[in-house]
Design a protein around this ligand. Structure first.
Ligand code: IPM
Ligand code: MG
Length: 372
């Protein structure tokens, strides 16, 4: 298969982790005889520094013209500490999601048997966790009208949703639940918010077309408690943009490190693959950042194009690195491996189905329908 992949490394650790993903995709290209073309473009803080814009027009054009986008990270402490800045790195990512219509953000949270002890929760609570968050990504409070009055004493952010914005992602989430464990949890705040009541109404109506999927509705404040107490009872979680951002962060507590969590942001014509994590500026240039969230994002990319054998080969190589302890220090405090070494090891172990390293399902925790 020929694929043109836009590489948007962005800020902080972005370039270091993305370089490891490219190594892995090049190994896939060679092993499975594909043709991948990579094109780099600036976004976020680095783009502001070079052009004054967090999403330069050339970057947007390249993304529109590519089959897929691999995103590194965005954000910088320089802007975090300056609330008065009107141009900010994150605006690049948000504008890109909006312009490309990437309304479905898929965030899998799966506990790997080899890493159960890494979780911040007890072993019995996290064993077997395999949930996926469907986060609406182009609407809600993130994109509503923003206002700050003249003397900067009053601010507002409008949260808006239309029925069609809710229904298009709801169908995607129900379809996923149908293929998985037949359970969908809608997370909202319908006891307070009008938008949440619309979500409930639309999702309940749509659920009639998916009788094989059990629908549960939870308020966000209750959902965070339930997810922490009993994460393995969840299958597909559907929620709006802001709640999805917050809920997905719980994934790092369940799994033990934010450095392991990938995501896919999918629209009707484009798809972008991005880790959950931020730009981690404190780690920039120190070769300590975990590249696995980014490498797992390439697994989602390969799955998106139906390249399942290739996706499994990358995921297996990552699992092998876990089992062999070839991980960064966020996973194993005493580890002597850096970002580069972990990336090299994983890329070197991407081989086709006759892999000499014989892994069984129990060891690597292959899931029902997805591997991560
Ligand atoms: C995420 C991030 C982004 C978001 C930021 C960087 C804009 O936190 O992808 O979870 O809030 O969506
Ligand atoms: Mg976030």
């Amino acid at each position: 298969m020929r694929l043109k992949i836009a590489l948007l490394a962005g800020d902080g650790i972005g370039p270091e982790i993305l370089a490891q993903s490219v190594k892995c995709l090049k190994a896939v290209e060679e092993t499975f005889e594909h043709q991948f073309t990579f094109c780099e473009a600036p976004i976020g803080g680095v783009a502001i520094a070079s052009s004054g814009e967090p999403l330069p027009q050339e970057t947007l054009d390249l993304c529109k013209d590519s089959d897929a986008i691999l995103f590194g990270a965005t954000g910088s402490s320089e802007y975090d500490n300056d609330p008065s800045a009107t141009i900010r790195p994150e605006q690049g990512l948000l504008k890109l999601r909006k312009e490309l219509g990437l309304y479905t953000n898929i965030r899998p949270v799966k506990v790997f048997p080899a890493l159960v002890r890494n979780s911040m929760l007890p072993k019995k609570t996290v064993t077997g966790v395999d949930l996926v968050i469907y986060r609406e990504l182009t609407g809600g409070i993130y994109f509503g009208k923003k206002h700050l009055n003249e003397n900067k004493t009053l601010a507002s952010d409008l949260c808006e949703y239309t029925e069609s914005e809710i229904s298009r992602i709801a169908h995607k989430a129900f379809k996923a639940a149908k293929k998985r464990n037949h359970k969908l949890t809608l997370v909202d705040k319908a006891n307070v918010l009008e938008t949440s009541r619309l979500w409930r109404k639309v999702v309940k109506e749509i659920s009639k077309s998916y009788p094989e999927v059990e629908l549960e509705c939870l308020f966000i404040d209750n959902a965070v408690v339930q997810i922490m107490m009993n994460p393995s009872k969840f299958d597909v979680i559907l929620t709006e943009n802001m709640f999805g951002d917050i809920l997905a962060s719980l994934g790092s507590v369940i799994i033990g490190s934010v450095g392991l969590l990938p995501s896919a942001s999918v629209g009707n014509d484009n798809a972008m693959f991005e880790p959950f994590h931020g730009s981690y500026p404190q780690a920039q240039g120190r070769n300590i950042a975990n590249p696995v969230a980014s490498i797992f994002s390439t697994v989602l990319l390969l799955q998106h194009f139906g390249l399942h054998e290739e996706a499994n080969a990358v995921a297996k190589a990552v699992h092998k690195s876990f089992i062999k302890g070839i991980t960064t220090t966020d996973i194993l405090g005493s580890s002597k491996y850096g970002t580069d070494a972990v990336g090299d090891y994983i890329a070197d172990n991407i081989v086709d189905a006759d892999d000499i390293f014989n892994m069984n399902d129990e060891n690597i925790g292959l899931g029902r329908s997805t591997i991560i």
